[in-house]
Design a protein around this ligand. Structure first.
Ligand code: ATP
Ligand code: MG
Length: 561
């Protein structure tokens, strides 16, 4: 029995079922107490929040138990893969706050896998099939019905060897033939029905191996062995791979040396979120067809999209902690994710004033040309965050919907004859309005009461409403982008009779171009988070250039639906 050493930085808490398995393995002294995991993305798209869940587990387990986690690119399909994706995946993992021990590529094992395939052919455990993909699929059978054996299944070893080598030499066209494992066409596990090991790909050079290879291993012939070659101790993956596990074990049995080591695969539930899709294929389609503005569009569930939207790594990690790891697939309410970012930003984000739908407010008894610097609290949740100055003057902007001419009794904002407090400034009383020819309000008039200045001894008079505001002259113009759900239904992937694109929310993006923000925001850097008081959490979009300010709404202040 050995004692488990948990990394000093880790808190003691109840374990998830995977940590419990890992601890048991440690107690039993498996793998000499070594912990090694890997995160194995295919570089065929950008990472999404589902991947973040896998990342937190793979890297988290290694951190907690003083092990290592490697990044392994599962790059077995050059048709869909690209270095652009390799780079973005590395960037996203780092942004989430994790670092890998080594970077590996499945393509590093192409020679070893090829040699292993040759060995299997020689042992009569693999054969070259010349039937079409269609025919092979039809012969698979069903879970209750055995499949049909290929007429090529029993061709001589020498012929298989010769054909496979000529496949690699580039003698045959793509799709002309494949290499299959010869296992059992009647197995109750469909993955054992002579699975495909290799296919010919000649038309697409590989991002790392160029045109060296004309045959490429299938994921199922590469993944388990890659784990094995790397000495992975715990291979964590999503539930759909549970039925593949026996096949991985079958191949490893054939590879195994005396030491009896094998990676232990443990499956957990995939993350699905309401009002979005998590399939890389569908996300790629949205990008390619211009339905969103790229992989990092703030409406996308990608790590890049969430980052641009204003999510912090901590909020994503907190969210993933909260939802946990189980053996049951389900769909998580996106409101939980939004709760996590509100909680994080409530503690961290600087409060500022911004008016997103401005209407002019003139304080008629305030001297023209006078400017007072008011003291605005940066974060009431954090006494050390201090204050910043905000200019007050005779002409201000407030939100158009903070004023109502014929207000009902319960309307505690501004209306003729009523009083409100202007946040960090004075109490004012509305005295009238000016309208244009269409009857729209152009200006609102009010008088201020000088003794009610915030922080002054006589400021204590109670009024029901407090409004945010900016000075007309001292504020800056800004664009604000408001985001809504990307899809109109909770679970777009469930609607089988509709193409998922028909379910896109046509109002998922609203751009407001006439907003005003306080001068403090001149200092904002791309991705900085703020709370626009009374409106929500926002961040500065990296598109902000040459003095143009663009803000994304990360999330409203309260859950709105
Ligand atoms: P593909 O359909 O291209 O295989 P994938 O989403 O499985 O897409 P991978 O790059 O193979 O993408 O995923 C890398 C790792 O992330 C895998 O271990 C996979 O199990 C895990 N993963 C992928 N999607 C999710 C998800 N929604 N929730 C949790 N883990 C996920
Ligand atoms: Mg996958």
């Amino acid at each position: 029995m050995s004692e488990i050493k948990i990394n000093e930085g880790e808190e003691k808490r109840s374990l998830n079922f995977i940590e419990a398995i890992v601890e048991k393995d440690l107690v039993e002294g498996k793998n000499d107490g070594r912990i090694q995991t890997r995160f194995p993305p295919e570089p065929n798209g950008y990472l999404h929040i589902g991947h973040a869940k896998a990342i937190c587990l793979d890297f988290g387990i290694a951190e907690r138990y003083n092990g290592v986690c490697n990044l392994r690119f599962d790059d077995t399909n050059p048709v869909k893969e690209d270095v652009e994706y390799v780079d973005s995946i590395m960037e996203d993992i780092k942004w989430l706050g994790y670092s890998w021990h080594e970077i590996y590529y499945a393509s590093d094992y192409f020679q070893q896998l090829f040699d292993f395939a040759i060995l299997l052919i020689k042992e009569g455990k693999a054969y070259v099939d010349e039937q079409s993909a269609d025919t092979i699929a039809k012969q698979k059978g069903t879970p209750t019905q055995p499949g049909i054996e290929s007429p090529y299944r029993n061709r001589p070893v020498e012929e298989n060897l010769d054909l496979f080598q000529r496949m690699q030499a580039g003698e045959f066209e793509e799709g002309r033939m494949i290499l299959r494992a010869k296992i059992d066409m009647a197995s109750p596990n469909m993955h054992f029905r002579d699975p495909i090991m290799y296919r010919i790909i000649k038309e697409h050079p590989h991002h790392r191996t160029g045109t060296t290879w004309k045959v490429y291993p299938m994921y199922d012939f590469a993944h388990g062995q890659s784990d094995y070659f790397e000495d992975v101790t715990h291979s964590l993956c999503t539930l759909e791979f549970e039925v593949h596990r026996p096949l991985y074990d079958y191949f490893i049995d054939l590879l195994q040396k005396e030491d009896n080591y094998r990676p232990r695969q443990i499956e957990f539930n995939r993350l699905n979120l309401t009002y979005t899709v998590m399939s890389k294929r569908k996300l790629l389609q949205l990008v390619k067809e211009g339905k969103v503005n790229g992989w990092d569009d703030p409406r996308m569930p990608t790590v890049g999209g969430l980052r641009r939207r204003g999510y912090t790594p901590q909020s994503i990690r907190n969210f993933i902690d909260k939802i946990g790891y189980t053996k049951y697939d389900g769909v998580i309410d996106v409101a939980l994710l939004e709760h996590a970012i509100r909680e994080d930003l409530n503690a961290k984000a600087q409060r500022v004033s911004a008016v997103i739908d401005p209407v002019k407010l003139v304080i008629t008894n305030y001297p023209e040309g006078q400017v007072e610097m008011m003291e605005a609290v940066n974060n009431p949740e954090d006494t050390e965050a201090g204050t910043h100055p905000i200019a007050f003057s005779r002409e201000l902007y407030i939100e158009r919907d903070d004023f109502m001419e014929d207000a009902p009794k319960k309307f505690f904002r501004l209306s003729p004859g009523k009083e409100v407090r202007l946040k960090s400034a004075y109490i004012i009383k509305c005295t009238g309005v000016k309208k244009n020819d269409n009857g729209e309000i152009e200006e609102i008039y009010a008088e201020y009461d000088p003794v009610t200045k915030s922080g002054m001894p006589d400021s204590g008079r109670k009024v029901k409403g407090t409004l945010h505001w900016v000075s007309a002259e001292h504020s800056l113009p800004a664009e604000v982008r408001l985001y809504d759900r990307l899809f109109t239904v909770e679970n777009p992937s469930e609607e089988k009779d509709k193409d998922f694109q028909e379910l896109l929310n046509p109002n998922s993006l609203t751009i407001l171009t006439h907003c005003r923000v306080e001068a403090e925001l001149q200092k904002a850097k791309p991705f900085d988070n703020f709370q626009f008081q009374r409106i929500g959490y926002f961040n500065l979009d990296p598109d902000s250039k040459d003095g143009k300010l663009i803000f994304n709404r990360t999330v409203s202040l309260k859950q709105s639906f």
